[in-house]
Design a protein around this ligand. Structure first.
Ligand code: KG4
Ligand code: ZN
Length: 339
């Protein structure tokens, strides 16, 4: 029964978790830096790195305590070493390498975005039907994958500008709704009419599996603030109008995500769909995907946003294959194919 401690520090959450067998989460500790970044309406990399330094050892300690184990009970140390902010990644990677070296346990580097896909397995132990189409949609990523097995994951499309979560956050900022915007827009969208405003759906050509959300974001900006040189300074939207904008924006996002997933499913004859990342918590997206004719797997809500349990889970797959990382493992800012 492999027991793996994983560390996560790719962006603005410092997290550590202990997971047995790639499924059973014994502990899942997350120190969020939410308040530090809220006033900037986005993550400030230098502030994130400094907070990781302060948080990382207490978070690892707490994860071990809550799991009721010590280093001697672990079989490996896992680290999400790509992709992410370089300063943030370096803190976690250094901590993981130091722990692996000093305890003599093997080190396993995993891709953070692949780990988001694996998060559907946590607690449930489900085995998706492969090949699957995977979609990771978060504040930093909107990426489509062909998933043949958990260790054979190929990127087939990604955003050429904003990530979908980033578009949610920016639209929330335009509407003065607060940060992070996703959960707020998701809630307000329930009270609005999704057909009231037609926002653009960027499909990027017939066969494209890539995404673009910056045009949609600009369309919302022009709708709220007026088109420059034309109808500038329209009346500020009232409560119902804001709900309608949220519902119509959300409908446009979901439409695009669903169409691209369908396109990928047809291309790769997918037998199931796997969704991960912060936006996978979205109620509208979950409702739309529940109508699919193949099984669609979502993570439990606590595993949608950044966490270390998903990395510990994915690392279990590599552990079983005896695929370990060298102690000079690098922090890498971009996603890449494994190996
Ligand atoms: O996965 P995550 O914690 O961070 C990244 O790796 O980027 O995702 C955070 C993103 C934020 O942009 C947030 O607005 C969005 O996920 N989000 C949502 C919802 N909950 C969080 N977006 C839409 N609907 C939600 N319910
Ligand atoms: Zn993430």
């Amino acid at each position: 029964m492999p027991r793996i401690l994983a560390i996560e520090s790719t962006c603005d959450e410092t997290a550590a978790a202990v997971v047995d067998d790639g499924v059973h989460v014994r502990s899942n500790v997350i120190a969020t830096q939410f308040e530090l970044h809220a006033k900037y309406r986005g993550v400030v990399p230098e502030i994130a790195s400094r907070a990781h330094i302060e948080n990382i050892l207490p978070v690892i300690d707490e994860a071990l305590q809550k799991s009721a184990c010590g280093f001697a009970d672990l079989d490996a140390i896992a680290i999400a070493h790509r992709p992410g902010l370089i300063g943030s990644l370096l803190i976690g990677v250094t901590a993981a390498k130091t722990l692996a070296w000093s305890t003599g346990k093997p080190l396993i580097g995993v891709d953070h975005v692949h780990a988001h896909l694996y998060s559907v397995v946590l607690d449930k132990g489900i085995q998706p039907e492969f090949p699957a189409v995977g979609l990771v949609c978060s504040g930093g990523h909107t990426a489509l994958y062909q998933v043949n097995t958990w260790s054979d994951v190929t990127l087939i499309g990604s955003t050429i500008d904003d990530a979908v979560g980033e578009a949610y956050d920016k639209v929330a900022a335009i509407l003065g709704l607060g940060y992070p915007g996703g959960p707020i827009i998701d809630r307000l969208a329930q009270q609005g009419d999704p057909k009231s405003i037609h926002f653009p759906r960027s499909m990027l050509g017939r066969g494209s599996l890539d995404f673009s959300f910056s045009g949609l974001k600009t369309a919302v900006l022009y709708h709220v603030r007026g088109v420059p040189g034309k109808d500038e300074h329209p009346a500020p939207p009232n409560e119902q109008h804001i709900a309608d904008i949220c519902a119509s924006f959300q409908a446009a996002c979901i439409d695009v995500l669903i169409k691209k997933i369908r396109r990928a499913m047809e291309t790769f004859n997918a037998k199931s769909v796997i969704i991960g990342g912060g936006v996978s918590a979205n109620r509208g997206l979950r409702a739309a995907l529940s109508k699919f004719e193949v099984p669609v797997y979502f993570p439990e809500l606590q595993y949608c946003t950044d966490n270390a349990a998903m990395s510990a889970g994915l690392a279990h797959i590599y552990f079983e294959r005896n695929e370990f990382s060298p102690l000079d493992l690098d922090a890498i800012t971009y996603s890449q194919f494994r190996p």
